[in-house]
Design a protein around this ligand. Structure first.
Ligand code: FRU
Length: 515
C-alpha cells in the first residue's frame, strides 16, 4: 500500500472511532386533545409518558427552549432522554422531537444549555452561535456493578437552534473520581472572569468549575457541607446574580433542590443568598430558606440568556415521595408556571421571591366574580360556577380566613391563614383522589409566615385541573400543590374568621387553555 493511501485509510479509521454521535432520527411527538381527566390546561405537560425535571432552559433567537427529563416508553421513570418543547411567549408551547437519547455512555440526566455566542467551543462552522447542552451521563451498568463513578458530565451541541443535536466526541468533559451522586450541571457565562462557570452537586454539597471552552473544566471550590438543609441528597443547583429591589446592591443566589428533607416532606427547593467572586460562593446563611413551601415544586432552574436579563424559573410540579403513582393515565407530571425571581429586602433580611410571569395574564378571559367585599365576622359564601381553571386575586386585612374550593362531589381543598400561629395551611386531605399513596394525602401542609405585617395581604392563586399555586405578597410566600379532584372545583367558599377586618375579592377570572 502506498504511504499516502495508508495515511488516508488511517485517517478515515480514526474519524470513525471518534464516535461523533448524531442523535437518532426524530420521532414525532404524539397528538393528544389535552382534555383528559386531570390534564393541566395552562401548565406544560408532555403529550404522553413520564416527565420529571426541566432541563436546558435557554432563550435563543426568539425561542424559549424547555428540555425535560423524559421517558418515552412508560408513565413511570425509566431510561432518561431529554424531551423538548419551545415557546415564543412562555405561555403556549410547541412539542418538539426528543433532543437527546441515551447512548453507550449512559442515560441523559439533568443539566443546562447555553448560547455560545463567541463560539468558544469551536463547535460552529457556519457562523451561527452554537447551543451547547451540558448534562449528566448516568451509566446503568456502572451503577448495577456497584461502582461509585457512574455519573459523569457530557456535552452536546446544536447548530440549528435546538432542532438537531450532536454529542461531543470527547465526552465526558468532567470525569468522576468516585462520587456516587455527581450530577445536574448548570452553566452560565461569567462576564467578570470571562469564563463559563459550572455548578453541580456532589451528594451533600455543590461544586464549582470554570472553563474557557465548555470542554476543559477546572475545579474551583465547594460549598454547603455544613450549611442549609441536609435531610437528603442535593440536586439541580443554579447560581445567578440579582439586584436587590429598592437598593443598589446585587447578591448571588444559589438554588439547591433536596430530596428528601423538604419542610412538608419529600422533595423541595432551598436557596442561599451570598456572594460569588468567580472562584468561590460564600454565604453567612446557616439555616435553609425555602423557595416554595408546597410539596410540588422540585428541581427548578432558571433560563440562560433571557432578552432583558430576567430570571425566569420553572420547576417540576411533583415530589419523589409519590411522583410515580399520581392518578394520571396517559402522561405523568407537569411543570409549574414560569415565574420571575427577584430579591426583596424584608427588614434586615433578603428573600428570593417567585411570581408568575406577567405574560400569563393573556390567558385570563371572562370574569367570574369581581370586586366582592366579604363582610367582617361573617361566614360569607361565594359560589362561583365554572371556577374550574382560574386565577383568583384577593386582598385581605383579615389574618384569619379560610378559602374552601369544592366540587359537586364534596371534595374540598382548604387554604387557611392562621394569624395566631403566623401560619398558612394547605389541607388537601379530602381534595379528591388522595389515597394512591399515603404520602400524598395524609397530612396538612404548613408555611410559616414570619410576623405578619399590619398591612393587607395580597394573594394570587392559580387553579388548574390538577394543581394550585398560591402566591402571597407577590411571591414572598409561595405554596405549590398537586390535586386530583374527580371533577374540577366549581365553588369557592370564603370564610372570614376576623371580626374587624374585611376581605376584598378583587377578581376571579377564567384561564384559557393553552392547548
Ligand atoms: C432530580 C433528579 C436529578 C437527576 C434526574 C434524573 O429530580 O433526581 O438529580 O439528574 O432527576 O431523572
Amino acid at each position: 500500500m502506498k504511504t499516502s493511501t495508508l495515511l488516508f485509510t488511517l485517517a478515515v479509521l480514526l474519524m470513525g472511532c471518534k464516535d461523533r454521535v448524531k442523535e437518532k432520527p426524530n420521532k414525532e411527538p404524539k397528538e393528544t386533545t389535552y382534555t383528559e381527566q386531570y390534564r393541566p390546561q395552562f401548565h406544560f405537560s408532555p403529550p404522553e409518558k413520564w416527565m420529571n425535571d426541566p432541563n436546558g432552559l435557554v432563550y435563543n433567537q426568539g425561542v424559549y427552549h424547555l428540555f425535560y427529563q423524559y421517558y418515552p416508553d412508560d408513565i413511570v421513570w425509566g431510561p432518561m432522554h431529554w424531551g423538548h418543547a419551545t415557546s415564543k411567549d412562555m405561555v403556549h408551547w410547541e412539542h418538539k422531537p426528543i433532543a437527546l437519547y441515551p447512548d453507550e455512555r449512559g442515560l441523559i440526566f439533568s443539566g443546562s444549555a447555553v448560547v455560545d455566542k463567541n463560539n468558544t467551543s469551536g463547535f460552529s462552522n457556519n457562523g451561527e452561535a452554537p447551543l451547547v447542552a451540558i448534562f449528566t451521563y448516568h451509566s446503568m451498568e456502572g451503577e448495577k456493578a456497584g461502582r461509585t463513578d457512574f455519573q459523569t458530565q457530557g456535552i452536546a451541541y446544536s447548530l440549528d437552534n435546538g432542532e438537531t443535536w450532536t454529542k461531543y466526541e470527547g465526552n465526558p468533559v468532567i470525569g468522576n473520581n468516585g462520587i456516587k451522586d455527581f450530577r445536574d450541571p448548570k452553566v452560565f457565562w461569567h462576564k467578570d472572569s470571562q469564563k463559563w462557570i459550572l455548578t453541580l452537586v456532589a451528594g451533600d454539597h455543590a461544586k464549582f468549575y470554570a472553563s474557557k471552552n465548555l470542554k476543559d473544566w477546572e475545579h474551583l471550590s465547594d460549598f454547603g457541607k455544613t450549611q442549609g438543609a441536609h435531610g437528603g441528597v442535593w440536586e439541580c443547583p443554579d447560581l445567578f446574580r440579582l439586584p436587590v429591589e429598592g437598593t443598589d446592591e446585587e447578591k448571588w443566589v444559589l438554588i439547591i433542590s433536596i430530596n428528601p428533607g423538604a419542610p412538608n416532606g419529600g422533595s423541595g427547593t432551598q436557596y442561599f443568598i451570598g456572594d460569588f467572586d468567580g472562584q468561590k460562593f460564600t454565604s453567612d446563611q446557616k439555616e435553609p430558606k425555602w423557595l416554595d413551601y408546597g410539596t410540588d415544586n422540585y428541581a427548578g432552574i432558571t433560563y440562560n440568556n433571557t432578552p432583558n436579563d430576567e430570571r425566569i424559573f420553572i420547576g417540576w410540579m411533583s415530589n419523589w415521595d409519590y411522583a410515580r403513582n399520581t392518578p394520571t393515565q396517559k402522561w405523568r407530571s407537569a411543570m409549574t408556571v414560569p415565574r420571575e425571581l427577584s430579591l426583596k429586602k424584608m427588614g434586615d433580611d433578603i428573600v428570593l421571591t417567585n411570581y408568575p410571569l406577567k405574560q400569563l395574564e393573556v390567558l385570563t378571559s371572562h370574569v367570574l366574580a369581581e370586586n366582592v367585599q366579604m363582610g367582617s365576622g361573617a361566614s360569607d359564601t361565594l359560589v362561583v360556577d365554572g371556577l374550574n381553571q382560574s386565577q383568583i386575586e384577593l386582598e385581605t386585612a383579615s389574618k384569619n380566613f379560610t378559602l374552601i374550593f369544592k366540587n359537586d362531589l364534596d371534595e374540598t381543598l382548604e387554604l387557611t391563614m392562621d394569624a395566631n400561629n403566623n401560619t398558612f395551611i394547605v389541607d388537601r386531605t379530602k381534595s379528591g383522589s388522595v389515597d394512591f399513596q399515603s404520602e400524598f394525602g395524609n397530612k396538612k401542609h404548613f408555611m410559616p409566615m414570619g410576623m405578619l405585617n399590619d398591612g393587607t395581604h395580597k394573594i394570587k392563586i392559580l387553579l388548574d385541573w390538577s394543581s394550585i399555586e398560591v402566591f402571597m405578597n407577590e411571591g414572598v410566600y409561595v405554596m405549590t400543590e398537586q390535586l386530583f379532584p374527580t371533577e374540577p372545583y366549581n365553588t369557592l367558599i370564603v370564610q372570614n374568621g376576623s371580626d374587624e377586618s374585611e376581605i376584598r375579592l378583587e377578581s376571579i377570572k377564567h384561564m384559557e387553555s393553552v392547548w
